[in-house]
Design a protein around this ligand. Sequence first.
Ligand code: UD1
Ligand code: CA
Length: 449
Amino acid sequence: MKLMVLILAAGKGTRMKSELPKVLFESAGSPMIDYVVDSARAVSASHINVVIGNGAELVREQLGESVNYCVQTEQRGTGDAVMSAEKDLENFDGKVLILCGDMPLVKADTLQTFIDKSTKHPISFISVKVKKPTGYGRVIRGIDDTVLRIVEEKDASDDEKRVNEVNTGIYLCDAKELLTRLKNIDNNNAQGEYYLTDIVADGAFAYLAKDEKQFLGVNNRVQLSEAGKQIWIERAEEHMMNGVSILDPNTFYADKNVTIEPDVTIYPNVTLQGEVTLKKGTVVYPGSRIVDSEIGENCEIKDNCLITEAVVGEGCKIGPMAQLRPGSVLKGNNKLGNFVETKKAVFDIGAQASHLTYVGDAEIGKNVNIGCGTITCNYDGFNKYKTIIGDNVFVGSDVQLVAPVTIGEGALIAAGSTITKDVPADALGITRAKQQNLAGWVSKWKKDK
Ligand code: UD1
Ligand code: CA
């Protein structure tokens, strides 16, 4: 059997109240249309056609050349959307699977089962019984249980509104039969649109699916968040089955390209975005967000850290409240404590900065200790400069390292110093005004007031 998939994605998405085309809204970190295209790819179709219109260029940009496009110039309803593929349908002698771009939860195996059960019928669709049918087209059946028609919410009588079997918006049709029927539909309804649903009025097979959850059509932002929640929970469950402890799957937000090894523990309210890898034995405490980064084995990411485009080696302790910005590399057994910010900074094994520090554009040697309040002054308003610190250097508290500057191996920088010149290996670098103690000064000053 030849199969073509047609995905409807041209609608305005009026109910989202946004400039962004609806199908590009993200659900659990990916645009909704991506999920639909992914499941379309999983059924073996000869090609995938996406109907675009509203925000066409943006949708095209998102999906690229991997699919074909039909353009619906004016959004005159779902029936009209399918008609925009008329040329392809005319030349196609096979089945067409029609999907909506606003249904991110449908699983590929559900589509496959539907296809297998429906091939012998010229026109079929998936229906499902739901607790709250509001907003969906209702499936109206005759006394012998055959499908008479689908009636949209806005056209339905009070009796019809009580029907809880709804149209999911997924159809399997013979291309020729689909075209013939589409040519006969009109826009004589409450919305003045050409309804694709009208094709079932000349007889259709309704495949009654069981899992209501998969057929959520996202029309507004409340439904968008419902869809996202469901995907996030499913991902959490998958990770847990793979040996990851997730304390509260309801507040675990992992994108699809997140890899987590067994024996990782994740506390509540953790967000993992983009390509993230967490290696075994690592613990991520509450409130942290990790983006496009790799965290090695047995690390501790304490509360409320933000880690972006960083590579963290094994046995590191980070946070609470630390920020690793792009280009931060910790080679292993490093410690970055509270209010430490790093950017384009490489920390060799065992180097640490335990409190209140900014390290940017820097190379930090093995076992270096950077004291509280140290700052690399890497920017003069025009250019960025580098700070290089050799192995085993001890930087005292409240030091400013004015880059470009190099500190040799084993040197010691005295607390409170502003270092503007290189410090040789093994030397003490110190820049401090001499301290004076003026005896009895305070009480005299108070008396004079
Ligand atoms: C549609 C069905 C309804 C079903 C529901 C399932 C119709 C008339 N109604 O209603 O029976 O219960 O889906 O979720 O089909 N689109 C276009 N061009 C258009 C209009 C829409 O490409 O001119 C696309 C949209 O981008 C969307 C899909 O078609 O991806 C469905 O459109 P939408 O307006 O969301 O239809 P519903 O009102 O949800
Ligand atoms: Ca919809």
